[in-house]
Design a protein around this ligand. Structure first.
Ligand SMILES: C[S@@+](CC[C@H](N)C(=O)[O-])C[C@H]1O[C@@H](n2cnc3c(N)ncnc32)[C@H](O)[C@@H]1O
Length: 223
């Protein structure tokens, strides 16, 4: 799919945003991000992948909002829970081709779109799963389980906790610092990392929270 003429403005917006985030990526990766955007725009008309319809808003609210975690990123075997149309999993998989990504969603039409994305873009490091996360029982567990706009932190960790490897971490992409949500899980999880994030072109709070299970909840919570 060609995007060069129809999405020239979106391409500039993406390049400026990548620069603002401080990401230096190859031309091939930029091209893959734009091809993903072009597919998202096309399929969104029939598949209702996202309520955001304006292509420039998609650059900011989908691509850059996903990529803003990239400077903090590490992980070898990553699960994106409730990935929807592939966010943040597809942009991150494009940036980190050595990392294995599993993108999971219960909605069949979103998964059909993702199979097409993986095939057309040739993303060899991406596997797609169509089921509820509670039912997912892979052989290997994940060292990073990430989600964006999926659920409350309590629901996120409770429905996918069985999938976290030893020493692994949940990565919750949130808006405002969710103090109340964190207070509900502090008995069982510690905040291993907290990064306030600035999404280029977006005047709204964003943060990334890394959570790890407490090794001994009963003693760790003693005063
Ligand atoms: C609001 S969308 C967010 C999609 C994407 N992460 C994003 O940021 O654009 C939430 C997604 O979670 C999926 N979902 C909800 N409950 C789920 C579950 N228990 N297991 C797997 N997917 C689930 C829905 O189908 C939906 O695609």
């Amino acid at each position: 799919m060609e995007w060069q003429e129809s999405l020239a403005g979106e391409h500039s917006l993406l390049l400026n945003g990548l620069s603002d985030i401080g990401l230096s990526i190859t031309d091939t990766q930029k091209n893959l991000l734009m091809r993903y955007l072009a597919m998202f725009i096309k399929w969104n008309k029939a598949y209702n992948l996202s309520a955001i319809r304006d292509p420039k808003a998609m650059v900011t609210l989908h691509l850059l909002d996903s990529l803003v975690v990239a400077p903090h990123f590490k992980g070898e075997n990553v699960l994106d829970v409730g990935t929807g149309g592939g966010l943040p999993g597809i942009p991150l998989a494009i940036l980190f081709p050595e990392t294995q990504f599993t993108l999971l969603d219960s909605a069949g039409k979103k998964i059909r779109f993702l199979f097409q994305v993986v095939n057309e873009l040739g993303l060899k490091n991406v596997t797609v799963q169509n089921l509820r996360v509670e039912k997912f029982a892979p052989v290997d567990k994940f060292d990073v389980i990430i989600s964006r706009a999926f659920a409350s932190i309590t629901d996120f960790v409770s429905c996918s906790g069985h999938l976290l490897a030893d020493n692994g971490a949940f990565w919750a992409m949130k808006g405002q610092n969710p103090v109340d949500e964190l207070s509900q899980i502090e008995k069982h999880y510690i905040v291993a990392g907290f990064q306030p994030l600035t999404v280029p072109g977006l005047d709204a709070e964003r943060c990334l929270i890394q959570l790890q299970p407490r090794t001994n909840p009963s003693t760790d919570t003693q005063p």
